[in-house]
Design a protein around this ligand. Structure first.
Ligand SMILES: [Zn+2]
Length: 486
């Protein structure tokens, strides 16, 4: 079955196919703003987009999918941070984008083919703003900032389907502070800043433009980069979290469509792909609420990033996902089950315990598209229906682990690798070393060993029980101990 996805623009499930004659599928996703660690809620979007990309590569071939994801490395919040930390914009953004990339690798995300940064593309943004002024969709305010004139684009609001009774025109900068901000909370259509005139607090973070020194607004960044990377062609898919639908994506549409208004039939994006939030017991995880978890936090809790990746895939991408410790534990045991299934199939297929791992790793290196589905074809079919990952996982576990024949085992082995590693991006088989021990367990075990050495057997036993209550045991040797899961 060809891949079908929900399109936010039409609110319908539609076939996903490349628009351009070259058959290349072009996708663009809004990336992180690098002024702090990305939290696992941010990574929900990137993991879901990664599964989508892998599914497209299975369907179209890896060489037919182009994926771009930007890095926002200048905005209000980063500039505030340059002042509080007394470090340069470049230092701050290099540090946090480095950490972002390390987290992406830990979560087994395929690197995008293009990863443009806002600071590296100032001229492209200036050029796009010039076109919008030329076509009378943008105007320069008295302070040197440039605004998009929302009233000149009657289709504004079409993606979010907001009914704007009054479009707020901003003519001076007196009431305009909110419109200058990179972040919006209000559901109101208002002219928004394309270029922000230099202010004293910007420090050295400004660039020249025909309208004076300043810096680009956040929204223009994505329109300009899409234009630059994909040469003004229609892109097939644009992704992001649902919070970006309005105003960010609405503004991207307005900017790009107005810049191309002289081209009849121009279309900016065919398919809008939005994922729901990650919740912590009914509240959204966000930096401003101070309730965020990072990939490192999850590792400190004793879970490998592959467990987090699995958790992030346990709800359908358009449904909110509630993050809990129980969810992590359930994901861990599900992964162990998949691991066992893979090893059992590999053993049956090779008939030689010594060759099991080697065969698995060799198959894992081959292109997922080239592998057969075996009895996992249904799992893929389910996935093609609006990226139904929870349904896919259900189908995978429905397959009886025992294969009837060696030939069946060979096909199934390919199929299970294809769906779990190739499509879902779960880095299996799990290496032994991937069992991480949480800090508190390490500490308890240390105390227990010390008590035992001091012959305080009552204390050592109490600590043994405490370890056991947390699911761990100490395997003692003469000269030390190893920790194992009970
Ligand atoms: Zn964007």
């Amino acid at each position: 079955m060809p891949l079908r996805l929900h399109n936010t623009l039409t609110r319908a499930i539609e076939l996903v196919t490349p628009a351009n004659a070259d058959g290349v599928f072009r996708m663009y996703c809004c990336g992180p703003t690098v002024y702090g660690p990305s939290h696992i809620g941010n990574f929900r979007a990137f993991v879901v987009q990664d599964v989508l990309r892998r599914a497209l590569e299975i369907e179209l071939g890896a060489e037919k999918v182009l994926h771009a994801r930007n890095i926002t490395d200048v905005d209000d919040r980063i500039i505030v941070q340059t002042q509080t930390e007394k470090r340069s914009l470049a230092e701050i953004t290099a540090h946090w984008s480095g950490l972002f990339h390390a987290d992406c690798r830990a979560l087994n995300l395929l690197p995008p083919h293009y990863e443009p940064s806002a600071v590296e593309h100032i001229p492209a943004q200036v050029a796009l703003i010039e076109r919008l002024i030329f076509h009378r969709h943008a105007y320069r305010a008295d302070d040197g900032s440039v605004y998009f004139d929302v009233s000149t684009y009657p289709a504004y609001g079409g993606l979010a389907r907001l009914d704007f009774t009054a479009l707020r025109k901003q003519t001076t900068n007196s009431a305009g502070e909110a419109n200058l901000a990179d972040k919006y909370d209000r559901e109101a259509a208002a002219d928004f800043a394309l270029w922000k005139a230099r202010k004293p607090e910007d420090g050295s973070n400004y660039w020249p433009s025909p309208w004076g020194e300043g810096r680009p607004g956040w929204h223009i960044e994505c329109s300009a980069m899409i234009e630059k990377i994909f040469g003004g062609q229609t892109i097939d898919l644009h992704g992001g979290g649902i919070d970006l639908i309005f105003p960010h994506h609405e503004n991207e549409i307005a900017q790009s469509c107005c810049a191309h208004e002289s081209e009849p039939g121009y279309s900016f994006v065919r398919h809008w792909f939005h994922n729901a939030h990650l919740l912590l017991e009914d509240t959204k995880m966000s930096r401003s609420l101070g309730n965020l978890y990072t990939v490192a936090d999850i590792q400190k809790m004793g879970f490998d990033p592959v467990v987090l990746r699995y958790v992030l895939l346990t709800a359908h991408y358009r449904s909110p996902l509630v993050f809990t410790q129980n969810g992590l534990e359930a994901a861990q045991s599900a992964l162990h089950k998949l691991d066992k299934h893979l090893l059992a199939l590999a053993l049956r297929a090779t008939g030689d315990a010594a060759k099991t791992k080697e065969t698995l790793l060799r198959l894992k290196k081959s292109s997922p598209k080239a592998l057969r589905w075996g009895r996992f074809a249904t799992a893929w079919e389910v996935l093609t229906d609006d990226l139904n990952v929870p349904g896919t996982l259900g189908e995978i576990f429905k397959v009886e682990p025992k294969a009837a024949t060696v030939e069946q085992a060979k096909e199934d082995l390919e199929g299970l690798l294809k769906i779990t590693v190739g499509v879902l991006g779960l880095d299996l088989p799990l290496p032994e070393t991937k069992i991480l021990v949480p800090d508190e367990i390490v500490e308890l075990a240390k105390q227990r060993w010390a008590a035992k050495q001091a012959k305080d057997f009552a204390k050592a036993d109490a600590l043994r029980k405490e370890l056991s209550a947390r699911g761990w045991k100490s395997l003692d040797r003469k000269d030390g101990y190893d920790l194992a899961k009970e």
